[in-house]
Design a protein around this ligand. Structure first.
Ligand code: GUN
Length: 299
């Protein structure tokens, strides 16, 4: 049996289209333009690509996009001062500080300086607490994208066994909270989990977010399960010398023979992250102005 391939690229394009439509109405009816500020410190090439893509897609959705590129040796105090300025700027509804930050900067201090209502990454300690207690919050973009794909495929997730492999603050932990909120029975597994293969085989929903190329083979997947592969790992190309290719945390060739549905890499979860960032910026703008939240674009 061959799994249904969940097309994250098409899904993300649909979300961006819905965000853009809503933004057009916000402008026409209320004279409002959602604004997203991205702060990039240093020259990390992968981060530069992400930030460029974020900026382009923000503009395409009809929003205001502001980028602050700071030198790698910028003092922490200057970054905090910039965050304060963005917090006070009424034209900015979302603030994203690209991670990782250079070693001399305290990441938690910077993230927790962002006004929680503008924290479109959902990383501020207040948003983490709100999510953990089932209250309205800003929800981290990658888990939000995964949740949207799962709800779209399953309808209700109630009662399903979900296993999240990976316990990061950015993906694993918030993903588990969201699945719990949708009434899954949730297990968080990680590198020290005993009998990881057995734990994975119990999953109706298997979310892989460990950052280890093709670590989860097809025989760890329960027949018919839905597999969400968050991993984006660059590895040497097996046939082309000197070239690389992207693979997930799941061995796609074998897992797609067993799963009921699976996200590919690339073209699965990846494109959903920026789409959800735009959705969160729109949500933040609506909340800031006392307007109803856009339907189907929040958790
Ligand atoms: N670096 C890698 N992923 C992310 C993300 O989702 N948000 C931020 N701020 N930085 C990242």
């Amino acid at each position: 049996m061959s799994a249904r391939i969940i097309d994250g690229k098409a899904f993300a394009a649909d979300i961006r289209g819905r965000v853009a439509e809503y933004v057009t109405r916000l402008k026409a009816d209320h004279g409002l333009v959602p604004g997203l500020a991205v702060v990039l410190v240093g020259e990390d090439p992968a981060s530069q690509v992400y930030v460029r893509n974020k900026g382009a897609q923000t503009l395409e959705a009809g929003m205001k996009s502001v980028e602050h590129k700071l030198a790698a040796d910028t003092p922490e105090e200057d970054i905090l001062t910039l965050v304060d300025k963005l917090n006070d700027d009424p034209e900015i509804h979302g603030i994203l500080v690209q991670l990782p930050l250079p070693a001399h900067v305290d990441e938690e201090k910077v993230i927790n300086r962002i006004t929680p209502a503008k924290d479109v990454d959902g990383f501020h300690i207040l948003n983490v607490g709100l999510l953990g207690t089932g209250q309205k919050s800003m929800v981290p973009c990658t888990p939000l994208g995964c949740l949207m794909m799962l709800r779209d495929h399953h309808g209700s997730l109630s009662g399903l066994d979900a296993v999240v492999v990976g316990r990061s603050n950015i993906v694993g932990k918030p993903m588990a909270q969201l699945l719990l909120r949708d009434s899954c029975t949730v297990t968080i597994a990680h590198s020290r989990t005993k009998d990881l293969a057995e734990v994975c085989r119990r999953a109706d929903i298997l979310v892989a977010a460990v950052g280890r190329p093709e670590m989860i083979p097809g025989d760890w997947v329960k027949p018919g399960a839905t597999v969400i592969d968050v991993g984006i790992n660059r590895v040497p190309h097996p046939e082309k010398d000197g070239k690389t290719r992207l693979v997930g945390d799941v061995e796609f060739a074998s897992a797609s023979q067993v799963a009921g549905a699976i996200t590919p890499v690339p073209g699965g979860v990846g494109p959903m992250t920026i789409a959800c960032l735009l959705a969160n910026t729109l949500t933040a703008c609506c909340r800031a102005n006392g307007l109803p939240e856009p339907e189907g674009l929040t958790a």
